[in-house]
Ligand binder design. Structure first.
Ligand SMILES: Nc1ccn([C@@H]2O[C@H](COP(=O)(O)OP(=O)(O)OP(=O)(O)O)[C@@H](O)[C@H]2O)c(=O)n1
Ligand SMILES: C/C(=C\CO)CCC[C@H](C)CCC[C@H](C)CCCC(C)C
Length: 294
C-alpha cells in the first residue's frame, strides 16, 4: 500500500508503508503461537520518492524572477557596503577627533582597511555580469564625495580629518581620489575572476599601507637612493604585501572563484611583491618635482 503525502501543491512524496506494517496473513492468536513468521518482503531502498516536479512558472517568468532577485541582491549589497564605508570613515574621524590616534595613522588605516574590506565584500554580490557595476557604485559614490569636498563645494571635516595628511580639502583630490579610482578599475576589469586585481589591491592597500605605518616608526635606516623611504618600511611592504595577497587568493579559491596552482602562485606573488616594493621605494615624487621645475 502506498500513501501520497503532499506538503505543497508542487511537491509531493510517496511514502511506502510496507516497512511499518505487521504481517496480516496470520490471525493474531495463531501469530503468537507460530514459532517463526514468514520473512518480510525485502524493503524497497527508497521509502520517500519525489513525485515529478511540475513548476507553475514558465521559463520566461522564472528568468524574470531570477533577474529581479539579482538586482535586489546587488542593490542591497551595494547599499550595505556603502553604509560600511561611511561607518569606517566616521569611526576613524571619531578616533582622530578624540586624539586616540594620530591623523597620519588614521589615514593609513582607512587606506588599508577600506580597500581590503571592499575586496572581501565582492562575494556578497550575485553571479550576474552586472554585479561588478553595482559593486563599483561604492567607490564611485566615494569618488564623488572626494571631488565635492576636495573642490570645497561642501565641507566635511570628518572626511578631511580621517583621510588627509595635513587637513587640507585639496588633498582629497590626490591620494584618496587615485585610490578610489584604482578600486573602480580593478573591480571593473578584474573583478573576482582574475588574481591580477586581487594581488594589485592587496599590494596597494595592505603592502603600501603597512610600509608607511612600520616605516614611520622603525625606519631609522634609510634606503641609499631614497632618503624618504626606509629598509623597515620596504621589507614590511614586501612581507605583508605577499602575505595579504596570498590570504586574499586563498579566500577566493576557497569560495570557488579562483583555481590556482599554489606552487606557481606563491612564486609569482613573491616576484610581484618584490617588484612592487622596489617601485614603491623609488624617489618618484622627487623625480616628478624635478621634472616639473625644469
Ligand atoms: N618603503 C617605505 C615607505 C614609507 N615609509 C615611511 O612612510 C612615510 C610615508 O610614505 P608614503 O607611503 O610615500 O606615503 P605618503 O607620502 O604619506 O603619501 P601617499 O600615501 O599618498 O603615497 C615616509 O615618509 C616614510 O617615513 C618608509 O619608511 N619606507
Ligand atoms: C586614505 C585613503 C587613501 C589615501 O592613501 C583611502 C580613502 C578611502 C575612501 C575615502 C573611502 C573608500 C571606501 C571604499 C570604496 C569602500 C569600503 C567599503 C568597506 C566595506 C568599508
Amino acid at each position: 500500500m502506498s500513501l501520497l503525502v503532499s506538503t505543497r501543491p508542487s511537491l509531493s512524496f510517496r511514502l511506502n508503508f510496507n516497512l511499518l506494517r505487521r504481517p496480516t496473513n496470520l490471525p493474531l492468536s495463531s501469530a503468537s503461537l507460530t514459532p517463526k513468521p514468514p520473512p518480510l518482503p525485502t524493503p524497497p531502498l527508497h521509502i520517500l520518492r519525489r513525485a515529478p516536479y511540475s513548476s507553475p512558472c514558465t521559463p520566461r517568468a522564472a528568468s524574470t524572477a531570477a533577474t529581479a532577485y539579482s538586482i535586489l541582491r546587488d542593490s542591497g549589497a551595494a547599499a550595505a557596503i556603502l553604509a560600511g564605508a561611511y561607518a569606517l570613515v566616521s569611526a576613524f574621524d571619531f578616533l582622530t577627533r578624540r586624539n586616540l590616534i594620530e591623523q597620519s595613522l588614521s589615514r593609513k588605516l582607512v587606506h588599508i582597511l577600506s580597500g581590503l574590506f571592499f575586496m572581501v565584500s565582492w562575494p556578497i554580490f550575485s553571479t550576474t555580469t552586472e554585479a561588478r557595476y553595482f559593486a563599483c557604485l561604492v567607490p564611485l559614490v566615494n569618488c564623488l564625495r572626494l571631488v565635492i569636498h576636495g573642490l570645497s563645494l561642501a565641507s566635511d571635516e570628518g572626511l578631511i580629518k580621517s583621510v588627509t595628511r595635513e587637513g587640507k580639502p585639496e588633498e582629497l583630490l590626490r591620494g584618496p581620489l587615485y585610490y578610489v579610482l584604482i578600486l573602480i578599475l580593478c573591480a571593473l576589469i578584474f573583478w573576482r575572476e582574475s588574481p591580477v586585481g586581487v594581488i594589485s589591491l592587496a599590494m596597494m592597500c595592505g603592502g603600501d599601507g603597512i610600509a608607511d605605518i612600520i616605516g614611520r616608526r622603525f625606519g631609522f635606516l634609510k634606503i641609499p637612493y631614497n632618503q624618504q623611504k626606509s629598509w623597515a618600511g620596504s621589507i614590511s611592504m614586501f612581507i605583508f604585501g605577499f602575505l595579504i595577497s596570498i590570504g586574499m587568493l586563498q579566500y577566493y579559491s576557497v569560495l570557488g572563484y579562483l583555481h590556482l596552482d599554489w606552487v606557481q602562485t606563491v612564486q609569482k606573488v613573491a616576484l610581484v611583491s618584490l617588484v612592487a616594493t622596489v617601485v614603491e621605494s623609488l624617489p618618484t615624487t622627487e623625480i616628478l618635482r624635478t621634472l616639473a621645475s625644469e
